[in-house]
Structures are given as structure tokens and as C-alpha cells.
Design a binder for this molecule. Structure first.
Ligand SMILES: [Zn+2]
Length: 120
């Protein structure tokens, strides 16, 4: 699986396309398609007919469409800029063993970024 620099729950800014400048939270990363689904960004409106059999009222459905990953940039929570992401390794000592942990950092302010996604 390809490693994306953008993870679920990251806040990203759109840098190209119709919704350029918009900021939203990543709902889903579609690795196979190189796309991300961003909350309230790239909305497509579909008009649907009412369907009484499943008690669905007619109307408009707004749905996020996936954006290509190259059209978004991570927004750094520390310096509040859209930024490129770098990786570095941290040495950590845990239970007497040292571990190397890969972390992301902001290339603008050099702060280490949270890994995105909630721990399960
Ligand atoms: Zn930053």
C-alpha cells in the first residue's frame, strides 16, 4: 500500500480546482485511487425522486466527492499554513527497549505533527 502524507482526520486545504482555498477535515483516504474525501469540499448535489417504498423523501442530497490527493495540502495546526510534510525518526525508550518511531513534521515551522486518525 502506498504511503500517503495525508491521513484520516487531518485538516487539509484545497490548493487547486473548484474549491480552491477551502479547508476541511479528511473523512477518508482512498489509497487505490489516490484520492481523499474532505468534509464539505467538492460537494455534488443530486436530486432524487421520492420513494415511498423505503420512506425516502425526494429532494437534494449533498455528497462529498473525492479529490485528488495532489490537490490538497495538509494544514499545519501549529503555524496554520498549508504545508508540505516531512518525515523524521524519533528515538523512544519504552519498557527498557529503544524504539524508532516515524513522525511527520511541518516543513514550514518544523513542528512535529500528530499522526492523524484516532487511536483505536
Ligand atoms: Zn507548521
Amino acid at each position: 500500500m502506498k504511503q500517503f502524507r495525508i491521513h484520516t482526520d487531518d485538516v487539509v486545504q484545497v490548493v487547486a480546482g473548484r474549491d480552491k482555498g477551502k479547508v476541511g477535515r479528511v473523512l477518508k483516504v482512498l489509497h487505490k485511487k489516490d484520492r481523499v474525501l474532505v468534509e464539505k469540499v467538492n460537494i455534488a448535489v443530486r436530486h432524487i425522486k421520492p420513494n415511498p417504498q423505503i420512506q425516502q423523501p425526494g429532494g437534494r442530497i449533498e455528497k462529498e466527492m473525492p479529490l485528488h490527493v495532489s490537490n490538497v495540502m495538509l494544514r499545519c495546526p501549529v503555524c496554520n499554513n498549508p504545508t508540505r510534510v516531512g518525515y523524521r525518526y524519533l528515538e523512544e525508550t519504552k519498557d527498557g527497549k529503544s524504539e524508532r518511531r516515524r513522525v511527520r513534521f511541518c516543513k514550514k515551522c518544523n513542528e512535529i505533527l500528530a499522526q492523524g486518525g484516532k487511536k483505536k
